[in-house]
Design a protein around this ligand. Structure first.
Ligand SMILES: [Zn+2]
Length: 242
């Protein structure tokens, strides 16, 4: 079985894994099987507990992700899991990894385990040399499976991209919708720069929020001050009357 990872899924995995070098992180792989090829089209990064050598994904998250995919009416489902080995290399599966993978394979017999060590990427910033391996378990042993980056139907990408850009222009989609659409529709470099713009917009909103927070704090300070003055004033008046 061949495995193809969509550019957007790959970007998300590299990004999520690179953000934590102090502990393992992980999540689910979303995809579908087309003609004996497993296409990984997206990933999920649910809450997880992790140490330097271990990661535990919130068990409730799987049901939540499955439900979300079903609600969206997507053809895709959870087709495996991914996790990082920060600093240890991606070329092995621990005994815990093997047991976890067995569970995934029992739920979906073509499920795969993706292991990534983000340290070389963090140091060299070259995603082409990313230390990333895909495994399947066969009779208690793990076996590596070849993978490649999927280059999907270019016209479909153009079609989705043009539609999305016009929707953004007409403000039919908010930033959140936009990001969601990005992950399912966007595959090209140009569109990644759109993602960056959206993230920049998000940070602008954050700045606004901080401004708002500062204003609220100022307001609270003034109102406390006025309240105190009124209080002192009323005590003074009260004292004059007795
Ligand atoms: Zn592991």
């Amino acid at each position: 079985m061949k495995v193809k990872i969509s550019p957007i899924a790959l970007i998300k995995i590299i990004d999520a894994a690179s953000r934590r070098l102090d502990r393992e992180v992980g999540g689910f792989l979303i995809g579908r099987v087309d003609n004996d090829c497993l296409n990984i089209v997206d990933i999920e990064v649910p809450r997880s507990k992790g140490s330097k050598t271990h990661v535990e994904i919130d068990p409730l998250a799987m049901a939540a992700v499955a439900e979300k995919l079903e609600k969206r009416g997507m053809k895709e489902s959870i087709v495996g899991w991914w996790h990082s080995h920060p600093g240890f290399g991606a070329n092995f599966m621990s005994n815990t990894d093997i047991s976890t993978q067995k569970v995934y394979q029992s739920l979906f017999n073509k499920a795969v385990a993706l292991v990534i060590d983000p340290t070389s990427y963090v140091n060299k910033k070259d995603p082409r040399k990313i230390d990333l391996k895909i495994y399947r378990v066969i009779e208690d042993r793990y076996e590596e499976t070849d993978w490649d980056v999927a280059v999907e139907d270019t016209w479909k990408i153009v079609e989705d991209g043009v539609k999305l850009i016009s929707e953004i222009r007409e403000e039919q989609v908010g930033v959140k919708d936009f990001l969601e659409k990005m992950s399912s529709a966007m595959k090209l470099k140009e569109e990644i720069s759109q993602l960056r713009k959206a993230v920049e917009n998000l940070s602008l909103i954050k700045v606004d929020f901080m401004q708002l927070q500062a204003n609220v704090e100022l307001f609270m300070m003034y109102s406390t001050l006025i309240f105190l003055l009124l209080f002192v004033f009323s005590i003074l008046i009260f004292l004059r009357f007795i």
